[in-house]
Design a protein around this ligand. Sequence first.
Ligand SMILES: *[C@@H]1O[C@H](CO)[C@@H](O)[C@H](O)[C@H]1NC(C)=O
Length: 161
Amino acid sequence: MARQIAVFALIAVCLFGFTQAHQEEFAVQGKVYCDPCRVQFETKLSKSLSGAFVHLECRSISNSTKTIEVDGKTDANGFYKLLVTGDHEEEYCEVSLKESNNQECKDVMEVDRARVGLTNNNGDKSIERFANALGFMTREVDPACVEVLKELFTNLGDDQD
Ligand SMILES: *[C@@H]1O[C@H](CO)[C@@H](O)[C@H](O)[C@H]1NC(C)=O
């Protein structure tokens, strides 16, 4: 009897492992930067921000119920990678910034979240999904920003000639 239970338990564990292994898994990746110019976009003075906390969650489109959430943190190069299981076709998924642990760069931007599609049912069969870069701002504007922005806008003007 004990042996039968043991065998049954073993089979159950194997089946469970099997179904788990076949669940889809997405690797959501992105980067977090520090904007020292307070312009809320990346410039050549932007730096990658390590140790920033990010949060991913998906909600049902029809009733807004949260279906999954994953927390993560950026590495030394400002990149994060969040593993999300399951297909989330009928859901709205986004990565948002939670907190910066860099005291010099922790002001939030107007846009602090990025949408990601987490389904294989729309033609995209890849496992890796990339979210738009997100950032925090320094409190003080770096004086070097003046030159960089001047250059940026001059170049924009040239393109229109
Ligand atoms: C919300 O919608 C999903 C389908 O998108 C459904 O599976 C779930 O049961 C619904 N939850 C509630 C609380 O109505």
